[in-house]
Design a protein around this ligand. Structure first.
Ligand code: MGD
Ligand code: MGD
Ligand code: MO
Length: 774
């Protein structure tokens, strides 16, 4: 028998590749030819697509099947496989019951998560379209990535577009910047990824060019691991969550040495005098000197002074990774960063000013023309109800309670049914033991998943979905230079179905199929989305003519022409601040915001300030929990995705996530390299594998997120998931973002037996298991 080999172009969040299929199995993934810096993550796909952890058939939680309810058994039950007809009927009945008895807002359909690349089969978009078409749901606004900044920046600079990657182009930085103050560093590992996928990984190339031209890169971070690996850079260790104090002291240096750009501040900003009064200590009796900051952030006062003065004498870019604002009071470093850049007076100049996210993601600063991409419209939510994304456990635990958010008072809805597709809340949320308790409250939880993730194991009805390789789609992101055809490479595995097909069938049962599908199937949607993009290119006037859908599909991709000039953030505004007013109340950069001040929030006053976070190394709690845990993005996977693959497993120690510890902290606790340790605080504990690393500041632990949660009521979480330790508190009343980075803990050697990791066991009832492996 001769084997047949077929090749299909496709895309993932970690890159574009050709899927090589032999005899119905994915055997290899070849990186896209144009990608100079492909991510090794693409090579995990054969294992993942054919993994025994794929959900083969619809499944229902045993106790729930016997008699509805029993939420307290979620995460401890086994699952019984059922037919698609049964599963769809159960979901339909539950949706109808909850809508009729409690109204649409009793359904929680925020469904936050990264799901997969592909504009059409995006699970979160399809979930919203489906739930909106059926009458609406309680939704989520914002994201875990940059939630605090998203709701802060519009008050300060009138837009949050810089968070979407629209910051001064790398090409401008590579040509003009002399000094990059990289708060949070420039971790190359994070630039493997872009939401929606990318044809090319460009960050490494631009960093090398920037450094080769002689730009000085100063990484200010609790860990040397955030330095770009292949370029010359300096490391300034800083205590976690204290960057605002350092930036404020740099501003104080500029002010007191008269090195601030008074003309820029007058013409383009409001509120500088109020900020200056704070810097001088007129409002609180404390001048914000370099010595003052040193006591908070640990950076020597001379270093702070020298950096401020060097910045004033150079073309300087101040960049913050997104991690800085994923922390309690995370608004403050971002506002202080803008204020510092304003005082340097280089906002709107090539290679100068401020920037966010360089080093957080591949898309930030990627030079690209402004061309629309194929879009899938989600429609409007008839229930008009939403919560800030990271307040989910508060909502489930406190129905009817009031909470503040962005200047208004809201109340939490009473959720009876949770519907999730394309996210893993038992990865992404903080204080997972608390989420576990909150998760017991709803009557029914429906999850669409591809693999038996921790969230799938905590659902009542689990519907198996296909991977991107089993569907046709179009990939694109607003910051990447390609529109990419994604060809179906494999038939649906097991009995899995596309999210779209599941929703279509449910909508048909509910009598609103046409409202959901608008009369289109997959093929018709792809053409419709692509043709919509073509029409918008045509209408724009200055864009090339896009090929027909059929030509595009055959070619496999469409490359955008490079931009003719660099994009420089706020160049227009600098050129003419009256013609290009910012969308702030004053039309200027607000260094003092009357608006925010008027909200009266103690945790977010009218100007950037040093506000100690609830948990940090300088606070009282550090006497009890003396180490600050940073849970950063993982190098070998995307969040919890791909964790079962060999690439991620190869990085584990005794099967657990590694945690980096400074040699002194390890020695003080008798912890040896490569040993199992238990990290703990009042919220929980987990096991991890110790890596002794003098590139981590004393007092700091660094551990990646994304190990599949493996916990029950007995003992510590077994697999090394830091979210059993992180606090579930909003960043502030203004933005209610995730405070994942503000966690104090302690660590000790684990002297007991190493419990077996059960995260990858199948949770099927014996009969079902036999059935699934005939
Ligand atoms: N401690 C700590 N916690 C954090 C962070 C941190 O820095 N520290 N970072 C936060 C951030 S920035 C983020 S963005 C979140 C990420 O949190 P998530 O986006 O929830 O994490 P993922 O692991 O990407 O989960 C996506 C899930 O979708 C599933 N999926 C993929 N494709 C499909 C599909 O086509 N259909 C369906 N139905 N499912 C699909 C995958 O199997 C996976 O389980 O985590 C947050 N949590
Ligand atoms: N490989 C890979 N890449 C990814 C992802 C992934 O899962 N895997 N996830 C993507 C997603 S969804 C997002 S939102 C982005 C997130 O992008 P970021 O939020 O920027 O990523 P993190 O890894 O959380 O943090 C970056 C670095 O900031 C440092 N840091 C933490 N706290 C502080 C602090 O208080 N002060 C200072 N100065 N530094 C601090 C940490 O040492 C950390 O290594 O990453 C994206 N890129
Ligand atoms: Mo994110």
């Amino acid at each position: 028998m001769t084997s047949t080999v077929q090749r299909y172009p496709t895309l993932s969040h970690w890159g574009t590749y050709t899927a090589v299929v032999r005899d119905g199995r994915l055997v290899a993934c070849e990186p896209f030819a144009a990608d100079r810096d492909p991510s090794p993550m693409i090579h995990t796909m054969p294992e993942m697509v054919h993994s025994p952890l794929r959900i083969a058939r619809p499944a229902v939680r045993e106790s729930w099947l016997r008699s509805r309810g029993h939420g307290d058994r979620r995460g401890r039950d086994r699952y019984v496989e059922v037919s698609w007809d049964t599963a769809i009927r159960l979901v339909h009945e539950e949706l109808t019951r909850v809508r009729t008895q409690h109204g649409p807002a009793a359904i929680f359909g925020g469904s936050y998560g990264w799901a997969s690349a592909g504009r059409f089969h995006n699970a979160m978009s399809q979930t919203r379209r489906f739930l909106y078409a059926g009458g609406g749901c309680t939704d989520q606004v914002g994201n875990y990535s940059w939630g605090a900044a998203q709701f802060l920046l519009p008050h300060i600079i009138g837009t949050y577009a810089p968070l979407t990657g629209k910051v001064t182009d790398w090409s401008s930085v590579a040509t003009h910047t002399e000094l990059i103050l990289a708060f949070g560093g420039m971790p190359r590992r994070n630039a493997q990824v872009i939401a929606g996928g990318a044809g090319e990984h460009t960050t490494g190339h631009w960093l090398r060019r920037t450094a080769a031209r002689g730009a000085r890169i100063v990484a200010i971070s609790p860990t040397r691991g955030d330095l770009p690996g292949d370029v010359q850079a300096e490391w300034i260790p800083i205590r976690p969550n204290t960057d605002a104090a350092m930036m404020i002291a740099m501003a104080h240096v500029l002010l007191t040495r008269d090195r601030h750009d008074a003309a820029f501040l007058r013409r383009y900003c409001v509120g500088f005098e109020r900020y200056a009064a704070y810097l001088r200590g007129e409002t609180d009796g404390q001048p914000k000197t370099a010595e003052w900051a040193h006591n908070i952030c640990g950076v020597p006062a001379d270093t702070i002074r020298q950096l401020a003065l060097t910045a004033a004498g150079s073309r300087t870019l101040v960049n913050c990774t997104w991690s800085l604002q994923r922390a309690h009071h995370g608004e403050q470093p971002y506002w202080a960063c803008i204020a510092l850049a304003a005082m340097l007076g280089q906002i709107g100049l090539p290679g100068g000013g401020f920037s966010f996210g360089l080093g957080s993601i591949n898309s930030a600063g990627n030079p690209r023309i402004d061309a629309p991409v194929p879009e899938m419209h989600e429609g409007a939510n008839p229930a008009r109800r939403s919560i800030p994304v990271a307040r989910i456990a508060d909502m489930l635990l406190q129905p009817g309670e009031a909470y503040p958010f962005n200047g208004a008072e809201h109340t939490y809805p009473d959720i009876r049914l949770v519907y999730w597709a394309g996210g893993n809340p038992f990865h992404h949320h903080q204080d997972l033991n608390r989420l576990q308790r909150a998760w017991e409250r709803p009557e029914t939880i429906v999850v669409h998943e591809t693999w038996w993730t921790p969230t799938a194991r905590r659902a009542d009805i689990v519907l198996p979905t296909t991977t991107t390789l089993e569907r046709n789609d179009i990939g694109a992101s607003s910051r990447d230079g390609y529109i990419l055809a994604m060809h179906r490479a494999l038939p649906a595995q097991g009995m899995s179905r596309d999210d779209f097909d599941i929703y279509r069938e449910l909508a048909a049962l509910g009598g609103y199929e046409d409202r959901y599908t608008e009369g289109r199937d997959e093929q018709a949607w792809l053409r419709h989305m692509y043709d919509g993009m073509r029409a918008r290119w045509q209408a724009a006037g200055d864009l090339p003519e896009a090929p027909s859908f059929d030509d595009f599909w055959r070619a496999g991709h469409l490359a955008l022409p490079p931009p003719r000039r660099d994009f420089v953030l706020f160049e227009d505004f600098r050129h003419d601040p009256d013609a290009h007013r910012l969308r702030t109340p004053s039309g200027r950069i607000e260094l003092y915001s009357e608006h925010i001040s008027g909200f009266g929030y103690a945790d977010c006053p009218g100007h950037a300030a040093w506000l100690p976070p609830a948990e940090w190394l300088g606070g009282g709690l550090a006497r009890r929990w003396p180490l600050h845990l940073i849970s950063s993005q993982p190098a070998h996977r995307l969040h919890s995705q791909l964790d079962p693959a060999r690439l991620s497993q190869g990085g584990k120690i005794h099967g657990r996530e590694p945690v980096r510890i400074h040699p002194d902290d390890a020695a003080a606790r008798g912890i040896r390299h490569g040993e199992l340790v238990r990290i703990h605080n009042d919220r929980g504990s987990c096991l991890a594998g110790a890596v002794i690393d003098d590139g981590v500041m004393p007092g700091v632990l660094v551990m990646s997120t994304g190990a599949w949660l493996d916990s029950d009521e007995n003992g510590p979480e077994r697999h090394g998931n830091p979210n059993v330790l992180t606090p579930d508190i909003g960043t502030s009343a203004l933005t209610q973002g995730s405070s994942a980075m503000s966690a104090l803990v302690d660590v000790e050697p684990w002297r007991g037996d190493a419990p077996r990791v059960r995260a990858f066991d199948l949770p099927l009832a014996a009969s079902a298991q036999a059935f699934s492996n005939p």
